[in-house]
Design a protein around this ligand. Sequence first.
Ligand SMILES: Nc1ncnc2c1ncn2[C@@H]1O[C@H](COP(=O)(O)OP(=O)(O)OP(=O)(O)O)[C@@H](O)[C@H]1O
Ligand SMILES: [Mg+2]
Length: 313
Amino acid sequence: MIQVEGLSKKFGDFTAVDNISFRVDSGEIVGFLGPNGAGKTTTMRILSSYIAPTSGKASVGGFDVVRNSLEVRKRIGYMPESIPFYTEMRVKEYLSFRAKLKGVARKERRNRIAFVSERCRIKEFENKIIGHLSKGQRQRVGLADAIIHNPPILILDEPTIGLDPHQIKQTRELIKELGKDHTVILSTHILPEVGMLCNRVIIIHQGRIAAMDTLSNLVKEQRIKVEIQGPISDIENTLKQIENVKSVSYTTDNLWNIITIELSEVRDIREQVYQKIMENRWIIREFKTERTTLEDIFIKITAREEGTSSAGA
Ligand SMILES: Nc1ncnc2c1ncn2[C@@H]1O[C@H](COP(=O)(O)OP(=O)(O)OP(=O)(O)O)[C@@H](O)[C@H]1O
Ligand SMILES: [Mg+2]
């Protein structure tokens, strides 16, 4: 449905998007993650045919984003980071104006507006002037605008930013609902949101794809935490020899060594660890298994190369 190959975008000599490739299949809800300035918005704008890439290719439903931008726009509902509203218009008027601009046939417009008003729950303020709306209400109008021409694909740039907890919940529910019959790419800085909404995650860092996988694959790593007393170099060497142990690190707290054992694959090695501790007569006071969270992955990936820039800026 969406195919991206070797896509780059430069602003002057600054590389904002650096040779990225990925695809999104029909029906997927893909989360775009990455620190500020990673290139998420830039990529989304290219996919929505708002800006042209410097090199590489992107197509939507088989249509090239540069050569067939009209066809691409028909298929994409784009909700930008900051929605450029006509603040003096009334909501209904605005949606009608947008529907016209997006080529919705005159006789269908009224129906489409009623439909999106219902779906995005904007009925109760559809006669209000946009300038008078609350932030969350504007956000919903932005979403209504994105789906007014009934596109199969939604590209939502931080759709829940700045909303109160109720509105965040409502907007997520709406996105989830829309995800049933739309292909969705959304960006967010709220990591738990990804777990709630997305099947797959693309982490962008310094313009490049740093990780791309299903959420369950990304967070399948496990580690074991033990707190033991004993000579740390012996402990370290012994634990490192257990099969599937990737690394052993520790901090100390008085006599206690607080040890983290990272595993190279998901395998339950608790018995072996416990056996080694017993054999060596080390004293133990804590033993637990932890799963990697998306936050761990995100921090690990995006802390890499911190301070250096792929983009030469
Ligand atoms: N029109 C532009 N001219 C110059 N530089 C730009 C332009 N648009 C974006 N950039 C730069 O490209 C980089 C990527 O920006 P982008 O908006 O894609 O980041 P982002 O991942 O969406 O970040 P955020 O999480 O803050 O929204 C940034 O360093 C930004 O300053
Ligand atoms: Mg952005």
